[in-house]
Design a protein around this ligand. Structure first.
Ligand code: SF4
Length: 306
């Protein structure tokens, strides 16, 4: 198989030309005035033309929550320390593997465990967690995670059985999908990391904090499927040889494959989901799973049912 070149931002820059500019968020003052006059906030938004894994997931959970978050773009009200912790972890691992890749290209020794710690400290300082009262609890949780990540990365590079290096981190993609001859929508996102295998093919990696999931999770993950499709059809890196969930707090990976036939079917499936969302009336779909974590419960008449 042909070797994949090192991915630089030029790839991201090229795909940024696809799909045009993302539409501006609705004017909050105009929306407030409209709602105060008895209108619905959804009167002021256009049918969505941009989607992501997260938006598909939110719509599936509750169409009304999707509309508040993704169409009206109302800010989250609840603090999310677990999300902040995940952001710090992602930022640290992105910085670490980028540094390792760039040092390797310059013929320099790889970064050390102390460098990994520094990457985390820098990413941590950018989150609101660093200033919160329970910051120590979360900071304490970071140490075993960094140990596991360091051990897993050291073992992977020492064994180097089938891994030839990291191609890129936080790779942005924009995948265009025609819904009909006159309508094109875009599915966008960021892939945490793409490694190159000795076969020349790619491995897509998505970092996860929290509890490790079962091996089947990589098989069934819509997120990994979308990233594999983007790898093939938007980033032009070919179909990845495997897709991997990397549970960084345990240093454990679970991997799966995606066939070309499955990715072709996914294109059709995503277009169907996009059509369903564009035609939705965004009715609330209350459930304990959705309402318990909903940032918009105060604005929703159905929230009291859970
Ligand atoms: S409170 Fe429940 S039903 Fe209402 S928008 Fe949120 S998740 Fe949906």
């Amino acid at each position: 198989m042909e070797q994949i070149p090192v991915v630089q931002n030029v790839v991201c820059g090229a795909v940024e030309q696809v799909g045009g500019a993302r539409p501006a968020a609705p004017d909050p003052q105009a929306m407030g005035a409209h709602v105060a006059a008895g209108g619905s906030p959804f009167d002021l938004v256009q049918p969505p033309a941009w989607f992501s894994y997260s938006s598909f997931d939110t719509f599936e959970r509750c169409p009304r929550q999707y509309a508040f978050r993704c169409l009206c773009r109302l800010p989250a009200e609840q603090a999310r320390p677990a999300a902040d912790f995940g952001t710090a972890a992602h930022g640290a691992f992105e910085a670490f593997t980028r540094e390792r890749r760039e040092r390797h290209a310059r013929g320099e020794p790889p970064p050390s465990r102390a460098d990994l710690e520094l990457c985390f400290e820098t990413a941590w300082a950018r989150t609101s967690l660093a200033a919160e009262a329970d910051a120590e609890t979360w900071r304490w949780r970071a140490e075993p995670m960094l140990d596991h990540f360091w051990a897993a990365e050291s073992a992977a590079s020492a064994a180097s059985a089938d891994r030839a290096g990291t191609l890129g981190e936080e790779l942005r993609f924009r995948l265009n999908l025609p819904l009909d001859p006159a309508t094109m929508v875009t599915v966008s996102g960021f892939i945490d990391r793409i490694d190159r295998l000795v076969s020349g093919a790619a491995e897509l990696i998505d970092y996860k904090t929290g509890h490790a999931g079962p091996p089947e999770e990589a098989e069934s993950s819509l997120q990994l499927s979308i990233y594999a499709l983007a790898c093939r059809d938007a980033l032009n890196l070919g179909r990845p040889e495997r897709v991997t969930l990397y549970f960084v707090e345990q240093g454990a990976r679970v991997s799966a494959e995606r066939t070309d036939a499955a990715l072709d079917g996914l294109r059709t499936g995503l277009a169907t989901r996009a059509r369903q969302i564009r035609g939705s009336d965004f009715a609330p779909a209350p459930s304990s799973r959705a309402c318990g974590w909903c940032d918009f419960a105060a604005m929703c008449p159905m929230s009291a049912s859970y």
